[in-house]
Write a protein that binds this ligand. Sequence first.
Ligand code: DGL
Length: 272
Amino acid sequence: MADSRPIGIFDSGLGGLTVMKEIAKKLPNENIIYFGDTGRVPYGTRSRETIKKYAVQDEKFLLLNDVKIIIAACGTVSAVAADTGDSLPVPFFEVISYAAKSAVEATKNGKIGVLGTPATISSEAHKKRILSVMPNAEITAVSCPLFVPLVEEGWINADNMAVYDTARRYLEPLKAANVDTLILGCTHYPLLSDVIQKIMGANVTLINMGTATADAVKNYLTENNMLSGANNNGTNKFFVSDMTNSFEKTAEMLLGKKIDSNNTEQVDIDKI
Ligand code: DGL
């Protein structure tokens, strides 16, 4: 039996479109509803209580749209508020567990690096998950608060000196620790893959949490007969809590294709 209800994806803003991109690539027939909390972004510098409160509202909004599963695309929500998914009436996926699993599978020397927002890194969520399956792993985690604003500004090229210097400083401890695998633990960081790879060297494996999660979601929907069926077209619908001037430009950069702002609705998320 086909289940054509949409997959619900939410994020603190538009960064989660990097995760949606990977989900849509693996599951092109699925309908997807995306909610970006553009009115309250960033989450990564906020307290645990606030992030949880926001996550509950975001999940509630997606449930009102009859989604069949919910994916917290946000690294920060996944790190500090994943328990908000425990009591939902639909299956819930966060993006840290699968990224951690992929890193454990990829590492050869057991030295794993993690990059994320301040809230994500201070939660030690990656470290806990990695050590639970690989107790002798050595983890070096670095918070990179300047990466999100750089990406939002469209500054992503390795030949931009501000980008290169910022990345070089953040990556110094990871190079010193000789990590062979590096988790990009935030929605925006895949856009910085080129500069990160250039600094870390070609032998370091970068883990994209969207790719890791897309595989898990595909397996789950397949095993539970919840795919929408090969004849379904895979429609996308976007909701945001604030329609900013830069919406179309930023969304296109993160999703890798154009989003029509006329096909995007604004939601008063505080009233949910
Ligand atoms: N989406 C957030 C994350 O993946 C980055 C932006 C923010 O701080 O809200 O952690």
